[in-house]
Design a protein around this ligand. Structure first.
Ligand code: SF4
Length: 311
């Protein structure tokens, strides 16, 4: 097997589960406290809910039907896997009473094809009761929680109307890890007012969290969002203003990886969303495997490794 210059999430999961994993995106229809007024109104300024759900996955379909559709979707594209893990990505998937969550999670994990559950949620949307539920499930199936943290800077989190701070994220990660549950985190690269050096300095805060895996996504600005209006008013606030390109993004990603703790598996370096939804994207719809190959090739040619700039 090829020796990669960073800890690859796919390889880590293959070791954990004992074979190749395929995630199945499931939309259980949970809403978000940053939209319904519990935490805030209007949501995060970058958020466009439909950008996160593949076509086979719609919350109106029964969960079992979604799993069956997802299995057919991947089979039709020739994607084989030894293990299928349900991935609850859309919305805040711990935002309901514990009984509702228990019924939902159980409906998913009781499907015979499902070997595990990855629950995407906000860091301020977790309680000891929910963690206990997830811990109980983790005794028979693989479980991970993926927190959308987005930035390590409170000023940025406030600016994008995130509705929580970084301390809340640190606490949620620590409480989840204390239950023996794997934790992932999602960060957006290029949020307003964050410079290249801010992003690189912020990696030390990511290293202190104690997460198991990380996803980095380039900022994509969707049509009809508050962030599109902000971009139109003042694009200079954005690192990815007019001239940012794939070469610069790959170099930034390499600099991030070299500062990232070698114990954190990297799941993604770039995101994709349907083109018709995107108003501005610095990378013009590059595929994750294309960017990944560029980063790997440059790091190998230069003899770089994940974390080699850490003291
Ligand atoms: S927390 Fe997630 S679902 Fe809610 S508004 Fe923000 S990005 Fe959208």
């Amino acid at each position: 097997m090829e020796q990669l210059p960073y800890l690859d999430y796919g390889s880590v999961m293959r070791r954990k589960l004992g074979g190749r994993m395929q995630k199945l995106a499931i939309d259980a229809g949970f809403s978000c406290p940053n939209r319904d007024g519990k935490v805030g109104h209007g949501g995060c300024t970058f958020c466009l809910g439909e950008a996160f759900s593949p076509s086979y996955c719609r919350s109106s379909k029964e969960l079992t039907q979604q799993i069956e559709s997802a299995l057919r979707f991947h089979a039709s594209r020739g994607r084989s896997a030894d293990y299928f893990v349900a991935y609850m990505q859309s919305g805040s998937n711990t935002y309901a009473d514990t009984l509702t969550l228990e019924r939902t999670y159980n409906a998913i994990i009781s499907h015979p094809a499902i070997s595990g559950l990855i629950v995407g949620t906000r860091p301020d949307c977790i309680t000891p009761e929910i963690l206990q539920l997830l811990e109980d499930i983790s005794k028979c199936k693989y479980v991970a929680v993926e927190y959308g943290i987005e930035s390590v800077y409170d000023s940025t989190l406030s600016h994008v109307n995130r509705g929580h701070d970084f301390a809340t994220a640190s606490y949620a990660v620590a409480e989840t890890k204390a239950r023996g549950i794997d934790v992932g985190a999602h960060f957006i690269i290029g949020l307003p007012n964050e410079s290249r050096s801010d992003i690189l300095e912020g990696i030390s805060h990511i290293n202190t969290l104690g997460i198991d895996f990380v996803k980095f996504h380039q900022l994509q600005i969707y049509h009809s969002t508050a962030m599109e209006r902000e971009w139109n008013e003042d694009p200079e606030r954005f690192l990815f203003n007019h001239n940012f390109n794939i070469k610069e993004y790959s170099e930034l990603m390499i600099d991030i990886i070299r500062r990232l703790s070698p114990s954190i598996a990297i799941e993604r370096m770039v995101s994709q969303a349907p083109r018709h939804l995107i108003a501005h994207s610095p990378l013009g719809g590059i595929r994750p495997d294309e960017l990944r190959n560029i980063v790997i090739s440059k790091m190998q040619n230069r003899g770089y490794k994940q974390g080699d700039l850490l003291l």
